[in-house]
Design a protein around this ligand. Sequence first.
Ligand SMILES: *Cc1c(COP(=O)(O)O)cnc(C)c1O
Length: 230
Amino acid sequence: MILPSKHLKKVLQRIQQATKQANRETEDIRLIAVSKTKPAADVEQVYLAGQREFGENYLQEALDKIAALHHLTDIKWHFIGAIQSNKTRPIAEHFDWVHSVDRLKIARRLAEQRPPELPPLNICLQVNLSNEDSKSGVSITEVPALAKQVSQLKHLSLRGLMAIPLKTDDPAQQHFYFHQLKHCLDELNSQGMQLDTLSMGMSNDMEVAIAEGATMIRIGTAIFGERSAK
Ligand SMILES: *Cc1c(COP(=O)(O)O)cnc(C)c1O
């Protein structure tokens, strides 16, 4: 039996150590617990242990959990998966953050469909750092133009950038990719944007991401245990 709340404690300790090592404050890192493929009961356990922000990849599964956990009124949901353009409405209606926006069409739809009585939907642009054809994300050279367009849309709040670098155990490679994303954010801010979010770092590279300036880390396996193949 897994005990997600115990795992959560370990992850919080890793954050504490990594921030100390990087001369950063623990409060500067927001932990997103990635609960994809895991049941609502596991999410609730982690919630009861103090965690409030959760990330989901698969829309229908996420909507079922959001409905099942409706009584947890201060929970925050982050959509971090691939977005089909005909599925934007429920994302706009039920999430607080979307990390995986990589084209204007999606951003426009989210803006149009965000209920105006809700706060603006927080947006990160997903950047494809390794330029793999198979991965989603806007290429780094196209980020400034997309950021400018998205920042002008009503009912959205552009907050920063997200990336899922090529999986590697080589720390030098990990540093390289995360450093690129941080540099990209700094460039946008030097051109007058005010972006405060770098969503990068997962279970096996969160320390490197924190060293390179992550403000949000997205942790699944280290909290909820291994996922069975979907
Ligand atoms: C699954 C997933 C995570 C969590 O990955 P772990 O290695 O399980 O921590 C983070 N971000 C995204 C976009 C994911 O799809």
